[in-house]
Design a protein around this ligand. Structure first.
Ligand code: NAP
Length: 284
C-alpha cells in the first residue's frame, strides 16, 4: 500500500513514516515546503503524480499559544479546519483512504471521567487551536464520511517540541521548577501512536471508519509526568506544585482532558512510553 503522510516532517509524521516503512509500506512524507495542504492545486498535482492509496494528515498548526494571536487566526483556521476538509473531499472523489489526526483539545466539558470515541465535542473548545481542530473534524466527516479520525494527546517523541525534551533540557540549568499539579491527561509516545495507526491500516478492510483514540493506558497530572521523567532520567530537580490557574498562558486549557481508548488494542501505560523514550535517547 502506498501511503502519503502530509506534515510528514513533524514529530508524529516523521515517526510514523519510519514505522510504516519498517512494516513494508511504501511511504512518502513531504514537509510543508514540498506539499502545502492549504494549496489544493498542489495537493491535486501531488496525488496525480504519486497516486497514493491512503493519506494520513499529520499536518497542523500546532503552536497552541501562538494560535491565540489575532494575526495568526486566519492561518490556523486555514490549516486546521479548511485544508483537512479539502483533503477529505479530494480523497472521497479519488477513492483514496483518508485518516486525519486530531486532539483531546476538541473537548471542553472538563470531565474527570475522560472522553471515549463516541463522545461528540458539540461545545466550542477552550482555545482557538482546539476549536479549529474540532471544526476540522466536522469538515472531514462532512466531506468524506469514510474517514478515520485518530485523536492523540500529550505526545512526545523524536524530532519535535515536547514536554519530555523540554524538562530534560531545563534540568541542565535549573535545580528547582514549578509544575502544574491540576492538569490531567495521558502522555503518549509517538512510537505507540504509530503502532495504533499501523493497526488501522493493516486492518482497514475490516475496521470501521470513524473516531479512534491512540493513547496510552492510565492518566496523570503534569506534575506526576515531570516527576516520572526525572525519576527515569535520574535527575535531581526540586518540583514545586502550582495550580493551572496560576500558570500564565494565552490559550485556556481544561484541568481534565483525558482520552480513553476503547476501540483499538491497548497501548502500554504512559510511564512505559516515557521510560522507553528516555532510555532510547540515553543509548544514542
Ligand atoms: N504534539 C502534541 O502533543 C499533540 C497533541 C494532540 C494532537 N496533536 C496533533 O498531532 C498531529 C501531529 O502534530 P505533531 O505533534 O507532529 O506536531 P508538529 O511537529 O508541529 O507537526 C506538524 C507539522 O505540520 C506541518 N504543517 C503546518 N502547516 C502545514 C501546511 N500548510 N501544509 C503541510 N504541512 C504543514 C508542520 O510543518 P512546518 O513546521 O514546516 O510548518 C509540521 O511539520 C497534529 O494534527 C496535531 O494537532 C499533537
Amino acid at each position: 500500500m502506498k501511503v502519503l503522510i502530509t506534515g510528514g516532517k513533524g514529530m508524529l509524521g516523521s515517526k510514523l513514516a519510519t514505522f510504516l516503512q519498517s512494516k513494508g509500506y511504501e511511504v512518502s512524507n513531504p514537509g510543508s515546503n514540498e506539499l502545502d495542504i492549504t494549496n489544493t492545486e498542489q495537493v491535486r498535482q501531488y496525488l496525480l503524480s504519486n497516486s497514493p492509496d491512503f493519506i494520513i494528515n499529520c499536518a497542523a498548526y500546532t503552536n497552541v499559544e501562538q494560535a491565540e494571536s489575532e494575526e495568526e487566526k486566519p492561518k490556523v483556521f486555514e490549516i486546521n479546519t479548511k485544508a483537512p476538509g479539502k483533503l477529505a473531499k479530494l480523497t472521497d472523489e479519488a477513492n483514496i483512504g483518508f485518516m486525519h489526526i486530531s486532539t483531546d483539545y476538541v473537548f471542553s466539558a472538563n470531565d474527570p471521567r475522560g472522553y471515549a470515541e463516541f463522545d461528540v465535542p458539540t461545545q466550542p473548545a477552550y482555545n482557538y487551536y482546539g476549536e479549529t481542530k474540532r471544526l476540522g473534524e466536522f469538515e472531514v466527516m462532512k466531506n468524506n464520511p469514510n474517514s478515520y479520525i485518530v485523536r492523540v494527546q500529550w505526545t512526545f517523541g523524536e524530532g519535535g517540541k515536547n514536554l519530555v525534551d523540554t524538562m530534560l533540557k531545563l534540568a541542565e540549568t535549573r535545580t528547582e521548577l514549578n509544575v502544574v499539579e491540576d492538569e490531567v491527561g495521558v502522555p503518549t509516545y509517538t512510537y505507540y501512536v504509530a503502532q495504533s495507526i499501523a493497526y488501522i491500516l493493516d486492518n482497514s478492510q475490516s475496521i470501521q471508519p470513524g473516531f479512534y483514540h491512540a493513547v496510552s493506558e492510565g492518566q496523570c497530572s503534569r506534575y506526576e509526568q515531570v516527576q516520572y521523567i526525572y525519576e527515569i532520567a535520574k535527575l535531581d530537580v526540586k518540583l514545586n506544585p502550582i495550580r493551572l490557574a496560576d500558570y500564565p498562558r494565552k490559550a485556556k486549557v481544561p484541568n481534565f482532558s483525558i482520552l480513553k481508548n476503547t476501540r483499538l488494542p491497548k497501548l502500554p501505560d504512559w510511564r512505559e512510553g516515557i521510560r522507553e523514550y528516555i532510555l532510547s535517547k540515553q543509548h544514542l
